[in-house]
Design a protein. Sequence first.
Length: 348
Amino acid sequence: MKKYILIGILGVLAVGGYFAYPYISLYLASSKSALTIEDGQSKDVFIKTDADLEWVVNYLDGLGVLEDKDKFLEFAEKKNFKGKNIVPGKYVLKGGMSYNDLINHLRAGNGRESVQVTFNGCRTIYDMAGKVAKNIEADSAAIAEYISNPETMAKYGFDEKTIRALFIPNTYEMYWDTNEKEFVARMAKEWKSFWNARRKAKAKKIGLTQSQVATLASIVREEQSLYEDEWKRIAGVYMNRLNMGMLLQADPTVKYCLGDFTIKRIYIKDTKIDCEYNTYRNAGLPPGPLNIPSPKGLDAVLDFEDHKYIYFCAKADGSGRHAFAKTLAQHNQNAAAFHRYQDQIGVH
């Protein structure tokens, strides 16, 4: 009798062991390192939008970070890592993670991290899109195309000439899987945040719209790219001219018309070009920004320096700074000195 009981017990244990083996094996494997990454090291990975389990497995395996592709897949299936539980974004994998840790880290976006998106010093929407696309999932072509769509511009209250004013250069936190629509919506939110009641009141006081502030700031930035401490003074010169009804005669607007900001010397023939942005021919500000001005540039216009200067030109010393003048006679002297300096160094 004891013999049969023992056989029965062994049989039960055998059957139980057979069915329990996968779970025991899974449990034992859960403590093993799932990654080839060394302890103390990490690896950034990016799960694309609409990725399925097969894509994730092949992607991670292709990066060479998985110790055992099949074991990862086994864990993923047991822990229901599929469908909505696969959330796109950036994840940081750390050496020493077990299979259990790894799946928990990826599952439902538990370990998803934000990225920093920075753009500054951009002249065109395409320049900006190129910088932004380095840090989010949307590619530069999709970003630029969406922004340039008339429906997009109209949605946010801009047109093809003023659209650059929508974007406020800075460093922003967002998720890597941000698409072009989400990016522009975020920038519109940041634009509204920047243009608070205080700044809107300043713009109204100086008689400029928000887009016009951006336009003047873009000219100031092109006039002086080395020394920001001159921005308020240069903005003051242009505000004086606007208030006096004078032509702005801003060289950067001519360069914009010629499509070449590398030009070192503007000639009289250049100032006669028939172009709506040419402030040597057209009164007031041009129809839109020449570039995407920085927040500091926008504030430099809003808080422009109150002075009597009407003219300025580059100093004749190669410093990159400017000589300011209240009279045309004084300005002509400064300009003549600068032209002689250009001749001496061979700028034509």
